[in-house]
Design a protein around this ligand. Structure first.
Ligand code: SF4
Ligand code: SF4
Ligand code: SF4
Length: 206
């Protein structure tokens, strides 16, 4: 439909009624095209935002990592056997600030050890991953060789039962590949696995 006011001047300049209709029709087509172009752009934006959602989820996931809450872990042994890596990304860590430097360390020695020496049969760790070093009478320092530790938690159990609990299990982030669905977390009977900020990836006891 031709708006009367708009075309009054055209009539004055001598445009024929047919010409006016053709010009008006082409303007209406241009307006429709413009509308569909804008609609298309809006749809592209919506589709683009939807396509970005998995990426945004991935970025959020990459900002967190798996970690063990040492107060929940019951040292069931699954950390050594269920990790997708072999050996496991879980290792025993030793917090020296809460260690008693005990001569008779219950994380180091079997409970029935007859002598407090470094003989393999007296040690709790089946892989000899704990190093014992004399400091001064009667104190000894214990350190973990992570290249040998498989995260079985046997030493942690001994230290928690009779010692200060300075040995505990942690996911080591120089090894862990941060699986979306951690196989150990799925198998953990204590619900000890948590996602924690990548900027603070360890859950220390102190
Ligand atoms: S699976 Fe859970 S309870 Fe078992 S040793 Fe690992 S963290 Fe501890
Ligand atoms: S006893 Fe198990 S958790 Fe402890 S140091 Fe040895 S391998 Fe690691
Ligand atoms: S996230 Fe993967 S690599 Fe890391 S501890 Fe769990 S199973 Fe192992």
């Amino acid at each position: 439909m031709v708006p009367e006011g708009k075309w009054r001047g055209a009539r004055r300049t001598g445009l024929e009624a047919g010409q006016i209709k053709r010009v008006a029709a082409s303007e209406a087509i241009a307006t429709r095209r413009d509308f569909f172009r804008r609609l298309g752009r809006m749809l592209m934006t919506v589709v683009g935002v939807a396509a970005m959602a998995p990426l945004a989820r991935r970025v959020r996931r990459d900002m967190t990592v798996w970690q063990i809450d040492p107060y929940r872990c019951i040292q069931c042994g699954n950390c050594a056997t269920h990790c997708v890596l072999m050996p496991s990304a879980v290792k025993c860590v030793h917090d020296a600030t809460i260690c008693g430097y005990c001569d008779r360390c219950f994380g180091y020695f079997q409970p029935n050890a007859t002598r407090l020496d470094t003989a393999a049969e007296h040690q709790m760790c089946p892989l000899g991953a704990i190093q014992r070093r004399f400091i001064e009478e009667p104190y000894f320092e214990y350190t973990i060789d992570e290249t040998l530790c498989v995260g079985c938690g046997k030493c942690v159990k001994g230290c928690n039962a009779f010692g200060n609990g300075s040995l505990y299990l942690q996911v080591r982030h120089d090894r862990c590949v941060n699986c979306n669905d951690c196989a150990i977390a799925r198998a953990c009977p204590a619900g000890a696995f948590r996602r924690v900020p990548a900027s603070r990836p360890y859950r220390m006891k102190t």
